[in-house]
Design a protein around this ligand. Sequence first.
Ligand code: AMP
Length: 410
Amino acid sequence: MSPTRVLVLNSGSSSVKYQLLDMRGSDRLAVGLLERIGEETSRLKHTPAGGGSREWSGSIPDHESALKAVAAELAKDGLGLDSPELAAIGHRVVHGGRHFTEPTVIDDAVLAEIERLIPVAPLHNPANLTGIRTAQALRPDLPQVAVFDTAFHTTMPESAARYAIDVETADAHRIRRYGFHGTSHAYVSRETARLLGRAPEDVNVIVLHLGNGASASAVRGGRCVDTSMGLTPLEGLVMGTRSGDMDPAVIFHLMRVGGMSADEIDTLLNKRSGLIGLCGDNDMREIRRRVDAGDERARLAFDIYIHRLKKYIGAYYAVLGRVDAVAFTAGVGENAAPVREAAVAGLEGLGLAVDGGLNAVRGDTARLISPADARVAVAVVPTDEEMEIATQTYALVIGSGGSAGSENLT
Ligand code: AMP
């Protein structure tokens, strides 16, 4: 019988998130997180199926040691990386540029292209590459698949993907809108169609992925036609620590008048802006607690967040022409009823409304929160990026027998 397990690895600069899944029944066999790689106080939290988390803390100097620690933890449950039941390792890769429109079996040409994209993803792609190389060293015989955050957005038309700047300059530096969170937008738009009992090809959805990072997408018949993040994840919605949209001239102003360097402004806009810059907190739970206690700064931060969100709902309504559903997902989207309520308040003219009772119900499954007679469905759809990565990885490896995928490099 063919092997049925897929290990999903999400390698950050100082962390590795992982899940081991069995694709026969889409079962999660283990999930875990190793944080603070390179510090004295690295920490591993490992949860096998059925619960009973194990925690370990100590010094993990690099990604190689990290993956070995993960493998050792999995082995304790009889799920080691040497298992013949492991079919493939699926890697989240943040930036796939224009070339990678599909998940791709990793070979040397694919690695070289991911490396070539480092200038447009300086924080993410190097860590992703390290994770891949480490996993390859541990299991050189096993197919390793890259699943790109950008892939779902490669269907965007040029009218949405291009910035209105000089074409030669843009092309010379590969400046265009790539979009991110693609596996989440793909999964959630498909699950929303399923919730409506319709085929994805027949459904137009606005997906609002509201986590610490946040992005919106307009999905027509299962294909992305616009998304709010751009060359980098900085564009678009107000996020936990990122500004989202702004007049680009703010940057020149900060350089010329504020005397700030490019790196300082980068840090300002990516790490010290958004909700945390506006009110000092980036956790929506804390912001709501402060709003309810009458805190003015938290109220203003919340209002700015909602105003931007509403603008994107309106814009993507216009882009799609007909909208069947608006789907909320990720940490804020799945949990913050006040955000969902405020985001569609006043949009009855567009056929959008939230039922207060349904919106208040907490849950971890996909559900509708719009009134039964609403023209446009409003849904909460928990995202599952790891399952999507595993599904895509498994389909590719089992479908192709694990052959190299660099034909995607055009
Ligand atoms: P994510 O990036 O998808 O993991 O989302 C993380 C964010 O979700 C946190 O920073 C919080 O702002 C938000 N969040 C998580 N749980 C809740 C909750 N129960 N209510 C409101 N916001 C939440």
